[in-house]
Structure formats: C-alpha cells, structure tokens
Design a protein around this ligand. Structure first.
Ligand code: BTN
Length: 249
C-alpha cells in the first residue's frame, strides 16, 4: 500500500484489492473525510444490484471516495452519484474530447456504450449515516477483447481514442475536478448541477424501460425535477417520480 499526498487529499493506492468499496468500508474508522482508495487491480469489483464490475490486466481506475459529512442536515446524500457522474462527463470532455452522456441514474456512456459506473454505499452507526463510500469504475485502457465479454455494450477511453493513458494521472485530474465544486455542491445541493446534469442526460424525451425491484415498467422520460428525481409518464399517462431503478433501454 502506498500513501500519496496529492493536493489536499490522501490517495491510498493498493497494489490489489477485492473491491475498493469493501476495503474502504472495512477500514472506515482509519480513513479521513475526502480520502481516496485506488487500485488498478480489483479482483471482486461490485456494481449496482450486486452485479460484477469487470477488471482486466490493463490500467483502469477502480476507486472509492470516502465522504464523512460533518453534519447530515441538508447534506445532498441522494444526489452524490449524480454529482460524480457530471464530474466524470466534464473530465471526459475536457481531457479526452469525448461526448459523454448519462444514462439514468448515473451510468456514463460514450457512443452508447458504458465507460464508467458508480456505486454509492453508506456506512451507518446508530441509525445515522456516518460516511458515504462513492465507488467509481472508469475504463481507461480496457482492451476490446475484455469489453466484448461484458454483458452490456461497454467501451474504454483508449478503445475510442486509440491511445493509452496512465490511470493515476487521470485519477488525479478526476479527484481535482470532483473537489473543485464539491463545497458548492454540498451547500447548494442538486440545484448547482441541475442544468449540467440535464444537458448530459441521454434519456430525456424518450420512451424508457425501468426495472425497479425486479419489475419492468415502460415510461416516457419527461423531466428532472429540482431534487434530481426523474419525472416520467406511465402507460396511463400519469406523472410518476422515479427515485432510482435501472434504465434498461
Ligand atoms: C455500476 O455501474 O453498477 C457501478 C459500478 C461501480 C464499480 C466501482 S469499481 C470501484 C468500486 N469498488 C467496487 O467494488 N465497485 C466500485
């Protein structure tokens, strides 16, 4: 394990870990607010709904941000993954000139294929959220042969640009971009990213299929409200607010 003190935040670099989210949860009491746990080799990465997050020998980002809010009052827990998805889109556009789009609620796609996914997990004590582990997988140099084995359309930065990158350099830029607007996001909440989030949404104005608790339902994605919820019309044209769920297509 190597501790790199890049900028204001500690980056803990692990040679290998089953899952950076699990490692962060197991070591939560030793980790400061803002710490980043990173590895380029994750052997049992987890995605949302307990799916597997694939890792190969290429240099990619598997990382978990540890956030320990001083006060839970008004902390925008529900919008953290949306904030991170906007940060990833900004990074992909500014550093790699990629037109990244968001698939509800926080998958990041390039050319219709998933390039990055986010898994937020809460650490609670006495029924209070004491920390949030914000896990992110970003395919940087993943090879086409690995991407082809993933059970959904997937891509990597190098698969699109044809170049290779150093994942630690990309990680530093990502973390800097995250913390650039983090304090503003904590004080203003979703309103400070609403326009940007909407501009990156791939699904608004389209018919969508949402899977919620194993049930698949058809909607028309109408808007994103001031809390970051998806306003959708169901088959009877009634307005529904969608909090989470998985957008299938
Ligand atoms: C998803 O799209 O379903 C979320 C994928 C999240 C993967 C990242 S990789 C780093 C961190 N550790 C994990 O085990 N999962 C997250």
């Amino acid at each position: 394990m190597v501790n790199l003190n890049m900028s204001k935040y500690t980056i803990i670099t692990l040679d290998e870990a089953p899952s950076t989210n699990s490692w962060a949860l197991e070591n939560i009491s030793c980790l400061d607010d803002g710490a980043v746990v990173y590895t380029a080799k994750q052997t049992a990465g987890r995605g949302r709904y307990n799916r597997k997050w694939v890792c190969d020998e290429s240099d990619n980002i598997y990382m978990s941000l540890v956030l320990k809010p001083k006060s839970a009052d008004n902390y925008p827990f529900a919008n953290l993954t949306q904030y991170l998805s906007v940060v990833v889109c900004r990074l992909l556009s500014s550093e790699f000139l990629l037109n990244a789009r968001i698939k509800w609620p926080n998958d990041i796609l390039v050319n219709g294929a998933k390039i990055s996914g986010i898994l937020a997990e809460a650490y609670t004590h006495n029924n209070k959220i004491e920390a949030v582990i914000l896990g992110l997988g970003l395919n940087i140099n993943m090879k086409q042969e690995t991407l082809d084995k993933i059970d959904q359309k997937a891509t990597s930065i190098s698969a699109v640009t044809g170049k290779n990158y150093n994942s630690e350099t990309v990680l530093k830029k990502l973390i800097d971009t995250f913390y650039e607007s983090y304090d503003e996001f904590v004080s203003l909440g979703f309103s400070c990213i609403k326009d940007l989030y909407i501009s990156k949404c791939d699904f608004l104005g389209k018919n969508i299929l949402i899977s919620e608790n194993g049930e698949k339902k058809q909607y028309f994605a109408k808007a994103i409200d001031s809390d970051g919820l998806l306003i959708a019309l169901n088959e009877n044209n009634e307005e529904c607010k969608i909090i989470t769920g998985d957008l299938l297509c």
